[in-house]
Design a protein around this ligand. Sequence first.
Ligand code: FAD
Length: 279
Amino acid sequence: MSRTYRMIVVKKSKKITPHLQRVIFTGDDLADFPENQESGYVKLLFSNDGQAINDRDRVGEEKHLKRTYTIRSFSREENELIIEFSLHGHKSGPASTWAELTKPGDKILIAGPGSTKLVNNQSDWFLLAGDMSGLPALCCNLEQLPKNAQGYAVIEVISELDKQTLKMPDGIAVKWIINNKPGENSDALLNAIKALSWKDGNPYIWVACEFDSMKKIRHYMKNSRNIEQENMYISSYWKFDRTEEQHRIDRRIYLETPLFIQILWKIITRFQKFRFLKR
Ligand SMILES: Cc1cc2nc3c(=O)[nH]c(=O)nc-3n(C[C@H](O)[C@H](O)[C@H](O)COP(=O)(O)OP(=O)(O)OC[C@H]3O[C@@H](n4cnc5c(N)ncnc54)[C@H](O)[C@@H]3O)c2cc1C
């Protein structure tokens, strides 16, 4: 990921559904922002007390928090970068709180972009699944599928009113799941996926959601559906009751360490009252 920091300025902010805030950014620093990075990500910078960092001199001076968000769209012509923030209520963090309250003229530094997260369009069919954190990247994928693409989009949203009209090929069937306690029912997405009728040929599986949910879907795809690694992108975008910093550590331990360390880590995090884990 590029380490360049760009200052971006809020041009417009509106709720597109009750739990999804679309923020349109502009600013001189976007002049050299690369095109065609939709589905990739940027990192927004916040201070430890949750304020947007909008002074370059503060980067490096103090330890800051980074929050990862999908590039929903970027237009060089309009000089506009769009990010959609899920609003997760009483369990908010600096980024979701800031997004809900932000107004035109507010500034924030971003790092990035980081790599795109796109399906392999040569696959026979597609299964895309995600919750509201993965929805922006899932939409970027749907919008770039071939016209004749076949498959499913399984989307978990917080309320009935969070359903939205999506641009996608006619051959993609959408299944909406309502879960008003995101992260607390980590079987919801998996159960909806299991209920789909599997199509012939090689699918590409694309999933972005909560950590426990991701683990279950990954296990199912590898062990019950024999999907090879190169035919899937399954990633956790957040973890229930854990900040992004904590989630990053949990994800590394899950992906990079043996099972006994994972179990030990789970026990330790159960007792996360230890001060050093509570960042
Ligand atoms: C590659 C990538 C792309 C992403 N793109 C997007 C995007 O486009 N839009 C988007 O909304 N999110 C996106 N996310 C997820 C986002 O980075 C996290 O949700 C992040 O934790 C939000 O930061 P925060 O400051 O609001 O909360 P944090 O300070 O990180 O966490 C505070 C509390 O909020 C809870 N929480 C965090 N996220 C959620 C959530 N989605 N639902 C319910 N509770 C939550 C945590 O469990 C914790 O208890 C992406 C993540 C990755 C890795």
